[in-house]
Design a protein around this ligand. Structure first.
Ligand SMILES: *Cc1c(COP(=O)(O)O)cnc(C)c1O
Length: 243
């Protein structure tokens, strides 16, 4: 088991490096986040001991359940799943960043809680660039007005944009949803909104990380290619997807 994880990790790092080389990018511009949904803490620890430190969870329960096994390690945890407002307080106990900010009401409630706690939080705005009805995320057209609206919440530090690309066996079908996130960023820059600069792109998963890096991803979120399929129960995956 341990050898599998280490082997897979090396492969993923090689894939990232190769993709950077091909697109003339610096390997240090692309971070790897381990998507650890359904992966037990003792397995995650193998990856941390191998030098990983950035983890992403989709559910508050999993953040909480794995916390005692992981909290003393040198890690940073992000929330990458759909966040219900009634879970905000609990999720904030464990994470330094929420990558799935996708509605005003969530921004408002986050700000309220963060003010109470006297702290700031990094956020990524999740955009539905694949236009799939089953996916969460803001419609691309609404991103600029959304940013202008949530800018007033000073506890929220807007770090970038996040998307779950359209997954398909054909590259040509996956590419547009990744490219669109970069184009949205360019449009945001053109607006020259005060305080909004250097936005990172969080995109690319096991299946499409090379494409995402070619399109400018700064943060790939990888689960299956590292931990294997067996942990990714279908019902868990569906948690991340709207009805
Ligand atoms: C599960 C998940 C990933 C990783 O997907 P894999 O295909 O397992 O690499 C990335 N982002 C989010 C939001 C996820 O839920």
């Amino acid at each position: 088991m341990k050898d599998d994880i280490l082997f897979n990790l090396k492969q993923v790092h090689d894939r990232i490096e190769n993709a950077c080389k091909i697109s003339g990018r610096n390997a240090s511009d692309v971070q790897l986040l381990l998507a650890t949904k359904t992966v037990p803490a003792e397995i995650i620890r193998i990856a941390i001991e191998a030098g990983e430190h950035l983890l992403g969870e989709n559910k508050m329960q999993e953040l909480r359940d794995k916390d005692s096994d992981l909290r003393h390690l040198n890690i940073e945890r992000h929330f990458i799943g759909h966040l219900q407002t009634n879970k905000i307080k609990d999720v904030l106990k464990y994470v330094t960043c929420i990558q799935s900010l996708d509605r005003i009401s969530l921004a408002q409630e986050l700000d309220k809680q963060l003010q109470k706690e006297g702290r700031n939080l990094d956020v990524f705005i999740q955009v539905n660039t694949s236009f799939e009805a089953s996916k969460f995320g803001l419609p691309p057209k609404e991103v600029i007005s959304f940013i202008k609206e949530i800018k007033k919440y000073e506890t929220l530090k807007i770090k970038g944009l996040m998307t779950i690309g359209l997954l398909d066996v054909e590259k040509e079908k996956m590419l547009p949803s990744l490219r669109l996130l970069r184009e949205i960023r360019d449009l945001i820059y053109q607006e020259e909104i005060e305080g909004i600069s250097d936005l990172k792109l969080s995109m690319g998963m096991s299946q499409d990380l090379e494409l995402a890096i070619a399109e400018g991803s700064n943060l790939v979120r990888v689960g299956t290619s590292i931990f294997g399929n067996r942990f990714l129960g279908k019902e868990i995956w569906n948690e991340n997807i709207a009805e």
